[in-house]
Design a protein. Structure first.
Length: 350
């Protein structure tokens, strides 16, 4: 089923498998294990922490990365082996950014990402408009590579994710669709809705930092700003955000829209469990649109797959799909409220 390739050797026969990837986590992750009953074999366990590896499913690469953990255990009546690891971009999360101030000045997001990723041997892919060059990007000593990249991406309303090859991908909410429909009473095994409005606001006001000068008050008054509103939040809940850079009014408006949409997206999620790992086009993938028909949770719209968890156990092949509204991972306007019984009531609450 799933093959783990390490040092050109193929390892299979796993009794349990877990693979996760999503838009809210940079690095895809995996864990594989098996338990064999009977006398312990004398062969040495062939997998080690730090090994580079590939996960293959039906001849296609699912994940390229490294083994983080490789515990082994045996007793008189059984032995168990397991491995866990992440995509190549996991190093960006763990390690410090070894860049200089010059590499972050008057550079585009792609150029900054390439400077940060180069020492790790990680390729940068761009799938969306990333805006112009930054005047400068201030970072603190010891910040991780991901923290630096996330800081820059947030200013441009761009998502950081990775693909099956372990490349860093700069993207926004995708427009690829699956023809599979998630339907209550048909292919949905179970569903659950969760959310919180504690971090959602009616107004977002992003203000630029102002450089010091002898005429500070005048500069402060003329500083660029960006605003956005969330029409679903009916009571007065303003939030002021101080941008990390001296951006233009357009940049700050995009940042305000990004804050609004991502916070709205985090405020409402729905999780579905379905049988198997595949839809009509292949493996379930994050950043893919899927139609949902669920009268119980009152979801009757096209949703965006934010997170995918694929598992194999005694229960067989299962997929857990975490869905958000498509606008939640972009800077497009939120859908207009249609009341709590309306078509897009999911975004505004049910």
């Amino acid at each position: 089923m799933i093959d783990l390739i390490v040092n050109a050797e193929r390892h299979r026969g796993w009794s349990s498998v877990q693979i996760e990837h999503g838009m809210s986590q940079l690095a895809g992750a995996f864990s594989l294990a098996y338990i064999e009953r009977g006398a312990a074999k004398k062969e040495a366990f062939p997998l080690f922490e730090g090994d580079r590896c590939s996960l293959i499913y039906k001849g296609a690469t699912v994940l390229e990365g490294y083994i983080d953990e490789a515990p082994a255990k045996y007793a008189a009546g059984s032995h168990s082996l397991s491995v866990a690891g992440r995509s190549k971009v996991g190093d960006l999360v763990d390690c410090s950014a070894m860049v200089t101030a010059g590499q972050l000045k008057k550079r585009t997001l792609k150029q900054i990402a390439e400077a940060v990723c180069l020492p790790f041997g990680i390729t940068v892919k761009v799938e969306t408009d990333i805006g112009g060059a930054f005047k400068k990007l201030d970072i603190e000593s010891g910040q991780s590579a991901f923290e630096v990249l996330e800081l820059a991406a947030r200013q441009r309303g761009v998502l950081l994710t990775s693909n099956s090859n372990g490349d860093l991908v700069l993207t926004r909410a995708g427009n690829q669709r699956t023809a599979t429909v998630l339907r209550y009473g048909d292919n949905i095994l179970s569903g659950e809705k969760s959310g919180s409005w504690a971090e959602r606001f009616s107004e977002y006001h992003v203000r630029a930092q102002v450089s010091g000068s002898n005429d500070f008050a005048k500069k402060k008054a003329s500083a660029p700003k960006g605003d956005a509103t969330d029409s679903f939040v009916l009571r007065y809940r303003p939030l002021v955000v101080i941008a990390e850079e001296e951006g233009t009014g357009e940049d700050l408006t995009r940042r305000a829209e990004w804050e609004r949409n991502t916070r709205a997206g985090k405020s409402q999620r729905v999780l579905y469990r379905v049988r198997g790992w595949e839809n009509l086009e292949g493996l379930w993938q994050s950043n893919t649109l899927v139609a949902v028909d669920d009268p119980v949770l009152r979801v009757h719209s096209e949703m965006l797959i934010e997170h995918v968890s694929l598992s194999f156990s005694e229960q067989g092949l299962l997929s857990e799909l975490t869905l958000v509204m498509p606008e939640a991972l972009g800077v497009e306007p939120l859908p207009m409220p249609k009341g709590r019984s309306g078509k897009n009531s999911f975004f505004g609450g049910v």
